[in-house]
Design a protein around this ligand. Structure first.
Ligand SMILES: Cc1cc2nc3c(=O)[nH]c(=O)nc-3n(C[C@H](O)[C@H](O)[C@H](O)COP(=O)(O)OP(=O)(O)OC[C@H]3O[C@@H](n4cnc5c(N)ncnc54)[C@H](O)[C@@H]3O)c2cc1C
Length: 663
């Protein structure tokens, strides 16, 4: 086939043009064999830039297009679409990254231009071996799995269910609600958290399109975009959910008392319990580790008193198989454990608290019914709140947790409201009040008499009379100072869930350097992931307040909805294929495939690729002992790759007879 190649060099404003001599590069491209037209343009991705390519495809009858610009992850699909719209098969296109790979990594114009020339020549060599490929079309299952029933997962579930989609909401704990259920009021408006959360939880429970799988975890996921097969394990509550009416008689009679984790260990619950009064589903759960029957083979009092005979000590974990078209991960965050900062004495001094503990102290349904009563029974008259505990600290987390300044101010407000005679200090590094109404809230608490001191606490010690001595440097005065306090509150960081990496592995998505789930693009695809069909939202993607979490939950629902509405999904045809005549059936390719896409066909005794599962990673191709004639990767054939390498290493810019012949 006679190739007519068009080459398009993008300036990307000055991003590329300030380092790569784009005029020289264009002249060079014009001289390459097979190139009929080479152009440069300030923004090739802009409408006029795209039109330029479309016009040339038609006018010159181009068989191939090479665009040298930014990352193909960013604009590869844009230019493929341009080709398609001009009637050219999109796989006759090749993209060269002369921004991230060239102009952004050096200031040396000469060397950058030379490297750009080699990369363009390699692409021109390569496209000569491109063949038209056709996209694969796969039907989509019209249901969505949401993992995590906090405010983010709840928002996403309601949006999808109200649009008519079936939703499975998997929550690890016995109730949905997440961290928001533990909060008393929410900044900056001071809405009662339960009053705005509980109606949504009830809506989730009553929506016929939502199945809540509480006290459940994801075990296994297989399949691909539009067609995921998920195994969920429902942990035994030892209480039949269909029979339990949530009357609570069992808990009243249960003799076993344990620390209540919902109240951050500041009160007790029974071994049979619901986590909080507004729990959804309102079904009791037996804590196997604390139940006298399971630990000592005695008691069974709950069974005797249950009016509906719901107690079932024989209950086993139940495996539930789901088929879904898309997945939203909304698993939220863990709170930093400040006991590792020994100089703050958390866990050693009884009146040093975390922010979440004080949330529970201020809660009307909390351990003290909303009164600020210390562990030693006193009401504090001096309180110090320390910001950035575990955040913005190279020893722990370098990132800002984004909500701590605001929740620290909210707690100061609540403490002054509940203990009006108290003096409250905030020790801060910088105040970050970035959201709508946040700066105003900062002013409000200042006007309420909260004292702000710029400085980080160095140490907390306890004096003989039980007072806490907080030593810090006031960085505005340049002086080391001390405050004698009755109570210290540590505004602890938000961090990734302990099992975030494991969940990321199950769903085949990456995590960022801090361990939060990594979005596909921080600005343009903030809730998508590299695994199409798997979305992330809320605090599992990075520290976030409730408004941002809700916005992301809704955004992820919209993405999932947009996907499912297509009815069928287009899968990339750049995948492996087997030459059955030559395959020896050794099965090595099957053992190395990370997507279980290669299977053994018993009839022909050869390997076979399941097209929709194959992600085109090429592992099987590299492992095939019989070489390229047997197993090859469409769009990454040896001919194409060797042509590229030759251009770069041997500087052969004209097509050479490639050594390997392919069938
Ligand atoms: C002390 C404190 C006070 C705060 N106060 C405010 C405030 O006043 N205003 C405000 O806007 N923000 C506040 N925040 C932030 C707020 O808590 C978060 O924005 C919000 O909880 C994020 O919601 P989420 O659903 O993303 O995560 P989460 O609330 O963490 O919910 C995630 C859910 O996923 C579940 N889950 C986790 N892993 C799995 C798994 N593997 N399988 C199944 N389920 C799983 C969890 O059990 C949980 O129910 C505060 C934070 C703290 C620490």
């Amino acid at each position: 086939m006679d190739r007519k190649i068009g080459v398009y060099i993008c300036h990307c404003g000055l991003n590329i043009a300030s380092t790569v001599n784009v005029q020289k590069l264009t002249e060079f491209a014009q001289g390459l064999e097979g190139v009929v037209i080479a152009r440069d343009y300030p923004y090739m991705c802009s409408d006029p830039g795209q039109e330029l390519i479309k016009k040339d495809i038609k006018e010159y009858g181009l068989t191939n297009v090479v665009v040298a610009s930014c990352s193909p992850t960013m604009h590869g699909p844009t230019f493929q679409k341009v080709c398609e719209e001009a009637g050219l098969n999109p796989y006759m296109f090749q993209m060269v990254n002369i921004r991230e790979h060239v102009s952004w990594v050096t200031d040396d114009v000469e060397k950058a231009t030379e490297k750009a020339k080699l990369l363009v020549a390699a692409a021109v060599n390569r496209v000569k071996f491109h063949e038209p490929l056709e996209k694969i079309h796969v039907p989509l299952t019209q249901s969505v799995l949401i993992v995590g029933g906090g405010i983010t997962g709840i928002e996403a579930a309601l949006k999808l269910a109200n649009s008519g989609k079936k939703v499975y909401l998997v929550e690890r704990e016995p109730s949905i609600g997440g961290r928001m259920a533990q909060l008393e009021k929410t900044f900056p408006t001071l809405d009662c958290a339960s009053c705005i959360l509980t109606p949504k939880m009830v809506d989730v429970a009553s929506n016929p399109n939502i199945t809540i799988l509480a006290y459940s975890e994801i075990k296994e996921v297989s399949g691909y975009i539009g067609n995921y097969k998920v195994k969920v394990v429902k942990k035994p509550r030892y209480v039949d959910e269909n029979k339990c009416i949530g009357c609570g008689l069992c808990a009243t009679k249960c003799p076993s008392k344990v620390l209540d984790e919902f109240n951050m260990g500041l009160s007790y619950r029974k071994a049979i319990y619901i986590p909080f009064p507004q729990a959804v589903p309102r079904k009791y759960t037996i804590d196997r580790e604390r139940c006298l029957y399971f630990t000592k083979n005695i008691c069974r009092v709950c069974e005797r008193f249950c009016p509906t005979k719901a107690i079932n000590f024989e209950q086993k974990p139940e495996e539930i198989a789901l088929e879904v078209g898309a997945v939203i991960l909304a698993t939220g965050y863990d709170v930093f454990d400040p006991s590792v900062i020994k100089r703050y004495g958390y866990g050693r001094y009884k009146n040093v608290y975390t922010g979440l503990e004080v949330e529970r102290l201020t809660s009307a349904s909390g351990p003290t019914n909303g009164r600020i009563i210390l562990r030693d029974g006193r009401t504090p008259s001096t309180v110090v709140i320390i910001h950035c505990v575990g955040s913005r600290d190279e020893n722990y987390h370098v990132y800002c947790s984004r909500v701590c300044c605001m929740y620290a101010m909210k707690l100061a407000h609540l403490i002054k409201e509940r203990a009006p005679n108290s003096t409250v200090y905030e020790l801060y590094i910088d105040i970050r009040a970035h959201g709508k109404g946040y700066e105003e809230f900062y002013r409000r608490v200042q006007e309420e008499g909260v004292i702000f001191i710029r400085g980080k606490a160095a140490e907390i010690t306890e004096s003989d009379n039980g007072k806490l001595i907080v030593t810090f440097e006031d960085t505005l005065l340049g002086k080391v100072q001390q405050i004698e306090a009755d109570m210290v509150v540590l505004a602890t960081a938000l961090e990734p869930r302990k099992d975030a990496r494991e969940l990321a592995r199950i769903f085949n998505i990456p995590v960022d350097k801090n361990g939060f789930f990594l979005e596909r693009h921080p600005k343009l695809a903030p809730v998508s992931t590299v695994n199409r069909g798997v979305f992330v939202a809320g605090a599992c993607q990075g520290p976030k307040d409730i408004p941002d979490s809700v916005a992301q939950g809704a955004a992820a629902a919209a993405e999932a909805l947009a996907l499912l509405s297509q009815g069928v999904v287009e899968a990339e045809p750049v995948i492996a294929e087997v030459n059955k005549d030559l395959c020896s059936g050794c099965r090595i390719c099957i053992s190395v495939c990370p997507y279980n896409a290669t299977v053994f066909d018993r009839e022909s005794k050869t390997a076979s690729v399941q097209e929709v599962l194959c992600q085109g990673c090429g592992t099987c191709v590299a492992s095939c002992p019989s070489g390229a004639r047997t197993l090859r990767q469409r769009g990454f054939t040896d001919k194409q790759i060797i042509a590229e390498i030759e251009a770069i290493l041997l500087k052969r810019f004209v097509p050479v007879e490639v050594l390997i012949t392919e069938t």
